[in-house]
Every structure is written in C-alpha cells, then in structure tokens.
Design a protein around this ligand. Structure first.
Ligand code: URA
Length: 280
C-alpha cells in the first residue's frame, strides 16, 4: 500500500519528540531516508517502505505495540510512580517511546500475565464490564479449600462492600493438610504448590500447621483485589497469586517473572476477534 507521511510526523507518532525537537534533530543531520540525509522536516515518505535511520538506528514504523509481560512481584501496574518501579520500567526504550500502558492492574505482590499496549480501543473493550472477559488465576491459599467454597464461588460470594460476585469457577489442584503431611494432587500441581510456598513473602508469617491449597480460579469481572477478597469472604487468605490467562491470551511458560515479549500476530488477532465476538 502506498502511504505517504511527513518524516517529522512519523517520528513524532513513534514518540521520538515533539514536532519542534524533531525539526531540530533533522536540522542537525541526525536523520537519513534510504541513505540520504534529510534536510526538509516536511519530507514525504512511505513509512512502510522507506528506510528511516535516526542517530544510526533504523526506525520501524508502526502505530501500535502489544507486549506480554510476566509481571514480577514488587512492581506496580502503572505508567509512572515516584516511589516504586513500574511495569513500564521493565520494557525497552523502543517500546516505551510508543507510550504503552497496562491493560488493567495486578496488585504489587501479584505475578503473572499482564498485557501492555498503546491500543486504547482494544484495552477499553477487554476491560469493559459488559464483556466479562475471563481471567484465570492460580493461588496459594491458607486453609483447606473444598466443595463448599467451590459451590459458594459458583453461586457468588458477598464481598466486604456487600457486592455479590458473578459466578466464578474454582478448582483445587493440590493441597497439604498441615505440617508433616504430604502434598496431594497431580505431580505437576504438587510441584507448583511447593514452589509457591517459597514465594510467600516473609511478612505473611506462614504458620507451618495451617493447611495449604493450590487453586485455580476463573473470574469474569475485575473488582479491586477481587481474588483476595473472594477468599476473605469465605474465611481464607491468599498467600501468593499469579494470573495465567486473560481471554484467549495465556502466560507464556518461557517467560520468567520480569521477562516480556511482543505478542505474535496470531495473539493480537485472537484478542481482536475475541473482543469483536463479545462474550455477553
Ligand atoms: N485479584 C486480586 O486480589 N489481586 C490481583 O492482583 C488480581 C486479582
């Protein structure tokens, strides 16, 4: 497709500065197009075909970016913060120049899948309360989670502000009834429970006599601290929380906490189609 765009607009859209600072960069001889030094900041180029180099760095044109981050504990889901490191601080500059933001929030101590994008429309639709996009979590819970909890979560539990949650799907993957007792569950989940115990922060002062459950929970809404408050509502405490999916998007097991990658085209399409189809 033949698209024409001014060079200063292209660089501006990508976040490389204001029109006036880009004009200055061009004047200083920092930009070439197809190997030729640019003198005119209004030069028309084809951003998809022409090779634009700024300060020796080839600039790929695109107007949207989609990142899958395995959020680690200790960073906050915001674009900037005075005290804490944010999820945006974990990304590279060629991504952050495009002004991406997290789609929804995970608590500071929650790990797992976080989508980061500058696609406001997609973000809005994924977060829309009407869409009920499912979000699945694995959690280590203090207490023996059982059939009564599963039933209550299915019916909806009453949170501390009297909000009754939508039906949620809870399953127990592995459990341990107390100190000295074995972890019981499928081998993979027994290992996951044991590893999650190591991730419980010291402040939680884990009582060795208390039973532990490694659970999976799918919710279809996103109230503040929802998973933790749902367990509080049934008298149990979440000790460690990890999100493993959001709609069709799954946490990539190849990503360690703190690592990220851009979404594949298939993943972006699956999100777009998912949103289009709706889930009401
Ligand atoms: N529910 C919570 O309680 N915390 C999160 O970070 C996400 C869901």
């Amino acid at each position: 497709m033949k698209v024409k765009m001014r060079i200063d607009k292209m660089l501006g859209n990508l976040g490389y500065g204001t029109r006036s600072s880009i004009k200055l960069l061009i004047k200083q001889g920092a930009v070439t197009v197809n190997g030729t030094l640019v003198k005119d900041h209004g030069l028309q180029i084809n951003p998809n075909e022409d090779e634009v180099v700024l300060d020796g760095m080839t600039i790929q044109y695109r107007d949207t970016v989609y990142v899958l981050l395995h959020k680690p504990a200790g960073v906050i889901s915001a674009t900037e913060d005075k005290r804490d490191q944010t999820v945006i601080d974990l990304l590279d500059e060629d991504i952050t120049v495009m002004s991406p933001f997290p789609v929804g929030r995970l608590d500071k101590d929650t790990e797992g899948l976080l989508l980061i994008t500058n696609d406001g429309k997609l973000s809005h639709e994924l977060l829309s309360p009407r869409k009920h996009v499912p979000k699945t979590y694995r959690a280590l819970v203090a207490g023996q989670v059982g059939d009564t909890d599963i039933e209550e979560f299915k019916r909806g539990v009453t949170l501390d502000d009297d909000y009754v949650t939508m039906s949620a799907q809870l399953g127990v993957l592995a459990s341990k009834s107390g100190e000295g007792s074995p972890v019981v569950g499928e081998a993979q989940y027994e290992d996951e429970l044991t590893s999650a115990v190591m991730l419980v922060p010291q402040e939680a002062e884990l009582d060795p006599n208390v039973a532990l459950s490694w659970i999976e929970l799918t919710i279809h809404e996103g109230k503040f601290h929802q998973v933790k408050r749902m367990f509080e509502a049934v008298g149990k405490k979440v000790l460690y929380l990890r999100r493993i999916s959001m709609g069709p998007l799954k946490l990539d097991p190849a990503l360690a906490p703190g690592e990220w990658r851009e979404l594949t085209e298939e993943e972006v399409d699956s999100l777009r189609n998912y949103r289009k189809g709706g889930t009401e």
